[in-house]
Structure formats: structure tokens, C-alpha cells
Ligand binder design. Sequence first.
Ligand SMILES: Cc1cc2nc3c(=O)[nH]c(=O)nc-3n(C[C@H](O)[C@H](O)[C@H](O)COP(=O)(O)OP(=O)(O)OC[C@H]3O[C@@H](n4cnc5c(N)ncnc54)[C@H](O)[C@@H]3O)c2cc1C
Length: 479
Amino acid sequence: MTSPHDELVSEVRRFAVSALDDARTEREGVISQTIVSKMCELGLFGLTISEEYGGLGLPLGVVCKLVAELARCDRSVATMVGLHAGLGTHAISQHGTDEVRAAWLPRLARGELIGSFCATEADAGSDIASVRTTAVLDGGDVIVNGEKSYVTNARYAGCFTVLARWGTRSHALVLVPRESKGTSIGAEEHKLGIRASSTATVLFDDVRVPANHVLGKPGAGLELAHEALACGRTLMSAGCLGTAQAALLRTIEHVTTRRQFRRTLGEFPAVRRRVTELAATFHAMGALVAIAAKTLEDDDTIAVKVFASEGAFEVADSAVQLHGALGFMEDTGVCRLLRDCRVTRIFEGANDVLLLRMAMSRLSANRVSTRVGHEACDALAEQLDHAFDCARTHHGATVVQRQSLLQALARADIAHRAARASLGDGTSAATVVAGFAAQHWAERGMASIDALARDDDAEQRAILISDLIYAIARPCAAE
Ligand SMILES: Cc1cc2nc3c(=O)[nH]c(=O)nc-3n(C[C@H](O)[C@H](O)[C@H](O)COP(=O)(O)OP(=O)(O)OC[C@H]3O[C@@H](n4cnc5c(N)ncnc54)[C@H](O)[C@@H]3O)c2cc1C
């Protein structure tokens, strides 16, 4: 089925294939002004900004496709655009006053300014509610003080959406222009991957901005930050889709041409099976991204973030493995895909923490899994509902301490979502792939459920002896 946005997707693909060079951006550690200017011409900085303010106002599903196209060719560039379209501009678009929107969005849409989001601090990572940066009303102004860590787009940014403490108990999101007196950028971080994506500390020293730069209701900053994160996670997952596609296509090309033992690698059953599983993962990733982009529900965006970041890493890691020594060589670029996607399991919420949040949310909502008339999927749904019931009844309120159990439950829930999403509407031309992917993820989910009891026991044993283990492990590691 064609969509009115297909031409734009093709245009961005042509641009990405012809103009992006991830080896070069990685080597130089910077995204060149030529690339940024070309992206401005294509409207890539106005994807999520409404037409009223000069953007393209595209549905998030289409924006995801475009970010995936960029990520296939350069993950740093995709990170710049995805962060700008999500976390960097979401709260301004959704919660800025008319005046603030009119002053900022047109420039952000044109790419004259690039957006960025500052929540993390040295002592506030996964626990963003504990930020120490403050925003204090002073007449008609707000004064911001604090230091934010690991800010993506910092070097390129024209404005920052800053999460700050507001009074003693609540938070505010504040728009801080880069040129505001007292704002400064620290040195670039040296990273494992996405090396041309800028990451730096941003300092706010008595920075004064007009009071209308508080976005949305003052005091509601944390909720607004979570809302922006749901959008950001979805776009980041779309980037993972691009990375996985690049890795998968290169792997298929390689295993169908490389010969060993007088056959192509792809003629060996184990290789075939691995590639098929990678394709199933890729298929499920795409289906989950489409769902999250439509609903932006917390659970859908967490599920896709965890699934896509782990999926991309799995596909990229297998790509390195199936390329053999070539996969380990810089020239082929396969190991860059692996390096570039590793961070996605950490930023926009560490996966380990998101899994806990997802399981607790389902436990408290008492939600049951949807049945879809697919045997393996529905069998998993039944086991999953049973496992959640057991966790609820056996552990009661203390379930919050059973972290491995919660993480395993959330993983099984995500596998079920992946299986269900893979089936799509059943009319897709790729029905065979959909069926295989659904079966594959239903089986993976079932294996997760089977491991639950063992994991729960093991976790309890580990907790009981953890002091001892730490005491032994420390000197062992130091030797
Ligand atoms: C390249 C890069 C770009 C980034 N860009 C931005 C940005 O633009 N804006 C921004 O605000 N931040 C950004 N970040 C920060 C990022 O969002 C945080 O790193 C992330 O939220 C995790 O926080 P932390 O690093 O402090 O890890 P910590 O919170 O210290 O956690 C470390 C690990 O401990 C475990 N853990 C933590 N809490 C729990 C728990 N409750 N239960 C069980 N296990 C737990 C998890 O395994 C976790 O991975 C970026 C980070 C990187 C690496």
C-alpha cells in the first residue's frame, strides 16, 4: 500500500545513501555543516513540528521511517535528528505558550537551532526525580542553576529543555536559550560509539530566562519529561530498526557470497536458521515501532525501546559473528554498527530499570494479555497471565523487591507483544515471515516464563549471600 509520504521516505533514503558516510563522521567526530545544511533543505529538523510553525507536522510513524533511513547509513546523524524531533522539541511544541512557540518553533523547524534535552546529572541518572538543578521564580523571570551530564546535541544545540527542581517537592521543564548569560558547554565526551553525536556537560550558572519559558504547568515537569521521553524512546527505537536493517542486509549479502567447505555460508542450516531469526527480530521491531508511534502509551514505548535496543544489538553482534574476521575489521563497518547501538540499551532509560517499571505497571493495573487466535501466541498469553497472578498472590507488596522476577515477567510480556505485533493485520504480503516471527517470539517468551521459578530462587539465594559474594569478589577482582 502506498502512502502520501513514500516520496519523502525515498528522497531521504537517496540523501542518506549518497551523502552520509558514517566512517568519516566517526573519524572526524563531528557532523559536518554541509550535511546539516542539506538536512535543513530536506526539512529534517521540522518533521514533528506543525505546519503552522513551518514544520512538516508528520505523523510519528512516518518520522520513525525517516529516522530509520538515516540510521541505516549513519547512527550519529540519526541520533541528532531523532533527539531534536523528540526530546529536543516535544515539550516546546506540546506545552509552550503561543508566544514561546511562535518565537522558537520556526527556527527549530528550519534547523537554524537544534534542540536538546537535559535531565541527567552526576547524581541523578535512572532516578531523574532526584535532580538538583533548580528553577526559581524571580519577578518576571526564572533563574536556573545546575549542571547537566551527557547532553546529546550539546555542541550543536541552540536551546535546551531542562528538567529542574521547582520548589521543594516538584519539578519544572524550562526552555533555556544557548546564548543566555551563564550557560556554558563542557568538553566533548569520548564514547564507545555514535562518536559524531555530540555528548557533553551543560552548565547553568544563574541563568535568567523569562517566566514564560517554563513549559506547561510549573510543578508538572516530571510528568512532562516522561511524556517527552515516551516520544524520544520511540524515535530512538526507529534508529535501532535502521541499524538492524543495515546489519541484516550486510549479513545476507555476506553469507550468500562467502564460500567455505565448498559451499556458501548460507547453505549451512545453522547459518540459515540464525539469519531467519535475525529477520524475525527485525520484523518484530518494525511492528512494535509502528504500534508505539501510534499510541505513545508508556508500556508500548518501553516495550519497543527495550526490544529494539536489544534486537539491534543482537542483529549487529550476529552480523559481526557471521562475517568472521571481516566483521572485526574496521573497513567493513560492521563493528561500527555494533558500537553505535550499544548505548541504546542505556540512554533514554536503562533497560534494566524500564523492565521493572513495565512489570510493576502491569501488576498494579491487573491487565490481562490480549488473545489473537494464534496458538503459540495465546498459549504464551495464558502462561503470562498465570505468572503475573502468581507473582501478585505469592509476593504481595514485597514483589517490588523481586527484581529478577519482575524483569523476567516484563521480558516475557515484551516477547508476547513482539509475537502479537509480528502477526500484524494478517494481510501483509510477508505473512510467512510474520508467522515465523510470531512463533519465534512466542517460544522465546515461553522460555522466559519457564526460567522464572529458577531465576526467582537464584535471586533469593544471591541476595542472602550477596554480602559474602561482594566480600570475596572484591579482592578476587583486585588480584
Ligand atoms: C551517549 C549518551 C547520551 C545521553 N544523552 C542524554 C541526554 O541527551 N539527556 C539526558 O538527560 N541524559 C542523557 N544521557 C544519560 C542517560 O539517559 C543515562 O545514562 C541513563 O538514564 C542511565 O543513568 P546513569 O548512566 O546514571 O546510570 P545509573 O542510574 O547509575 O544506573 C546504572 C545501571 O544500574 C542499574 N540500575 C539502576 N537503577 C536500578 C534499579 N532501580 N534497579 C535495578 N538496577 C538498577 C542498571 O543496570 C543501570 O544501567 C545520555 C547518556 C549517554 C551514554
